[in-house]
Design a protein around this ligand. Structure first.
Ligand SMILES: Cc1cc2nc3c(=O)[nH]c(=O)nc-3n(C[C@H](O)[C@H](O)[C@H](O)COP(=O)(O)O)c2cc1C
Length: 278
């Protein structure tokens, strides 16, 4: 079956949630190979000077505090992304300090940002929000400028703990015709329920170190291999500290994983890592 958000064709309704420090291009490629319908970058500031690898055509998530710099960034990268998402949910201290993510609450500024994104792309545009007093105002803006809305129904105060308020996400769904992408505690066991309740789902923490979760849900064949991650990481010049982090994540569920992680933490180069992991 084929699914569609605006002009974007999707092979299924199960996405990899945007995760900063996790979703490097090598990891995204593995998730896609395992059967994931759409992968996201972590949040990216359009003013970044860092090189961005988008050869896998992911959904790109932006964060910023004003519409400054957005236009040029979109023009530069538009052909390399599948969808543009705007982050209105980040609960981190830096988000509070600089007033972005869930701390960006000025509806006029948010509207300027969404308008700028909308005017500069024909790709689908989405926002990712949390449960908040302005969630329905954001829904109104999404209806004006976006093609879908993603809801992670925890408050910023909850961060990533406590229960997501699924009823709140249902309320959002009941008030709009926009497709709803649900995020929050989705795993291989409950995925079916969320797919019956919402249009799309995102998997975040359950996919960390476990790209195979998508193959388990989709019933596709996929052999997880850190060697494959490593080869991609070399190809895309992923920094060594990031490769080490993924190596640790990949030990999830492996026998003696605490010991292996301890070894990984002390490793100084790729050769040593290859010896332990492959
Ligand atoms: C390590 C980590 C990094 C994250 N980075 C982002 C991010 O860059 N942008 C974003 O919108 N959400 C981010 N999130 C939130 C996830 O996208 C997701 O909404 C949240 O973790 C709930 O889903 P889960 O229970 O499946 O993990 C992050 C979460 C984690 C654990």
């Amino acid at each position: 079956m084929n699914f569609k958000i605006k002009t974007l064709n999707l092979k299924n309704r199960i996405f990899l949630a945007p995760m900063e420090r996790i979703n490097d291009i090598a990891f995204r490629i593995l998730c896609k190979k395992a059967g994931c319908g759409l992968t996201y970058t972590g949040m990216i500031n359009p003013q970044t000077k860092q090189k961005i690898y988008l050869n896998d055509k992911p959904a790109l998530q932006l964060f910023c505090t004003s519409n400054k710099c957005i236009k040029n960034f979109i023009i530069k990268y538009d052909s390399q992304v599948s969808l543009w998402d705007f982050n209105l949910g980040c609960p981190a201290k830096t988000a509070k300090k600089h007033c972005f993510g869930s701390f960006l609450k000025d509806l006029k500024i948010i509207e300027d940002i969404l308008k700028t994104i909308r005017e500069n792309t024909k790709k689908p545009v989405t926002i990712k929000i949390r449960k908040s007093p302005i969630a329905f105002n954001l829904l109104e803006l999404a209806e004006k400028y976006c093609d879908a809305i993603c809801i992670h129904p925890r408050t910023y105060g909850q961060g990533y703990s406590g229960k997501p308020d699924i009823d709140f996400a249902k309320k959002i769904k009941s008030r709009t015709k926009l497709p709803i992408i649900y995020s929050g505690d989705v795993n291989e066991k409950n995925c079916k329920y969320f797919l019956e309740t919402f249009d799309y789902v995102m998997i975040g923490r359950e996919a960390i170190g476990r790209p195979e979760i998508f193959s388990k849900i989709m019933g596709t064949k996929f052999e997880k291999s850190f060697e494959e991650y490593l080869n991609l990481a070399k190809k895309y010049q992923i920094p060594f500290r990031q490769i080490k982090l993924q190596a640790s994540n990949f030990t999830k569920g492996v026998k003696n994983s605490a010991k292996i992680r301890d070894k990984i933490a002390r490793i100084k180069n790729i050769k040593e890592l290859e010896r332990i992991m492959t």
